[in-house]
Design a protein around this ligand. Structure first.
Ligand code: GLU
Length: 473
């Protein structure tokens, strides 16, 4: 019998919170309030399936904190959904938003279904019914609670949500801001799809650019030539792999449910994705070696391990076998608290989920702002910048008597498009958050790990926000 202590996901989050709260100035009562889930909506509703059967669907929406409004967080479709998981994920959203200065409280939703077992029409009916349940209880709205994609959901589901919401709220001018991660045609923003993966890349790149951190880990500075293992080839894993590969890292292994593939010379995520689409499996990818057990990928020697699938994949049973130098938590909660302690003892740097995967919600914030302002980013200034750049260039060419090449001209002239501004805002956000957390850790060396430093950062910001609200007369 193992004497390992097992925690529910929410208990794990509470445990990490308690570990960090010692390093803050807040009184016990305020810490209790920050930690608590404010509102939990657990629902059951019937949906008629294609074969005429009625199925009762179990679903949740949790609003962890309203210290800022609206609440914000994705909706996941998964067989594993339960109240504890949604509570944990909603709490992480509060802390995540606080760290990256996105002015939202945390929320999360979940529908306990495996989307693969349903037709598109059935999924649409489930999503629309879920949305109308949220509307009925005032659990959704641009100023109340704004869902987004998460595990098992994407643009399509968000389009159903905004359409259902808007049809139930005729004349609501800001209705498009009731959900983010929408298709561009339905009020989405360019750059949202790759946002989480790109945010993970920006965060890890910043860590890799810190000489003292790299020296401690025995690694060279920068992401170039680093070996990467990615677990999960969903939206987040795919984009993480893409950005690391494009910046000179080598993605040596990609893992999915059915197994993992390894190639020491690096894998191209798009080719692997197409292979999986065509054959139904990641295995037998040309030039790569198969690893029959998907979880074996986590134990490979590499510089950076990126779990980009589900929670608790690194736990008491496999933590001591991890050989990576850095773990970048792209998924929510991939390490249990026990695994965390083992990583600290082994000197492995865990870059924590709740800020590292904040790219999604950061760009969701940009999308929400776009929806409220009713104007596309770049629309006002793109031509102005291009005309100005053109004048400057002409002046320089006249004064120097030299001309630049057409390619250089294009790059100098370029006025920012929506996607440029979104990527730039995301880069700024991830760099600042990484530096802020590292500074907190640096200033207080008794903080045991980066996750605790991130929690300290989050708790302090939420604490200030609560006291500013004056909720404790
Ligand atoms: N589901 C994503 C997350 O866990 C995005 C949430 C959002 O955009 O609101 O951070």
């Amino acid at each position: 019998m193992s004497n390992q202590q097992t925690y529910s996901f929410f208990q794990s989050v509470e445990k990490s919170f308690d570990k960090a709260s010692k390093f803050t100035i807040w009184e016990k009562g305020l810490l209790e309030q920050i930690k608590a889930c404010n509102s939990i909506y657990s629902m059951r509703f019937p949906v008629k399936m294609d074969d005429g059967r009625i199925e009762v669907i179990e679903a949740y929406r949790v609003q962890h904190s309203q210290h800022k409004s609206p609440c914000k967080g994705g909706i996941r479709f998964s067989d594993e959904v339960n109240q504890d998981e949604v509570m944990a994920l909603a709490s992480l959203m509060t802390y995540k938003c606080a760290i990256v200065n996105v002015p939202f409280g945390g929320g999360k939703g979940g529908i306990k279904i495996n989307p693969k077992n349903y037709s598109v029409y059935e999924l649409e009916k489930i999503t629309r019914r879920y949305t109308s349940e949220l509307v009925k209880k005032n659990f959704i709205g641009p100023g109340i609670d704004v869902p987004a994609p998460d595990y098992g959901t994407g643009e399509r589901e968000m389009a159903w949500i905004v359409d259902t919401y808007a049809s139930l709220k005729p004349g609501e001018i800001d209705a498009a801001g009731c959900v983010t991660g929408k298709p561009i045609t339905q009020g989405g923003v360019r750059g949202r799809k790759e946002a989480t993966g790109l945010g993970v890349f920006f965060g890890i790149r910043e860590v890799c650019n810190m000489p003292e951190v790299m020296q401690k880990l025995g690694l060279s500075i920068g992401v170039e030539h680093k070996t990467i293992v990615v677990q999960g080839l969903g939206n987040v894993g795919y984009h993480c792999s893409k950005f690391f590969r494009e910046h000179g890292s080598k993605v040596v292994c990609i893992a999915e449910y059915e197994g993992a593939i390894y190639n020491e010379n690096g894998l191209n995520e798009e080719e692997v994705f197409q292979h999986r689409k065509a054959t139904g499996s990641i295995l037998n990818f040309p030039g790569a070696t198969n690893l029959a057990k998907s979880n074996d990928a986590l134990e490979l020697a590499c510089d950076i391990l990126i779990p980009a699938a589900l929670e608790n994949v690194i736990n008491g049973s496999n933590a001591d076998k991890i050989k990576a130098k850095i773990i970048g938590e792209a998924a929510n909660g991939p390490l249990t608290p026990e695994a965390d302690d083992i990583m600290s003892a082994k000197g492995i740097l865990v870059v924590p989920d709740m800020y590292l995967n904040a790219g999604g919600v950061t760009v969701s914030y940009f999308e929400w702002l776009k929806n409220l302002s009713h104007v596309r980013y770049g629309r006002m200034e793109k031509r102005f910048t291009e005309n100005m750049n053109s004048n400057i260039l002409e002046q320089i060419e006249t004064l120097t008597g030299k001309t630049v090449s057409p390619a250089e001209r294009k790059s100098i002239m370029h006025g920012a498009e929506e996607v440029d501004l979104v990527h730039s805002g995301l880069e700024e956000t991830m760099i600042s958050a990484t530096r802020e957390i590292m500074e907190i850790w640096h200033k207080n060396p008794s903080i045991p790990d980066m996750r605790t430093a991130a929690y300290v950062c989050a708790i302090n910001k939420v604490g200030v926000s609560y006291t500013e609200l004056g909720i404790f007369p």
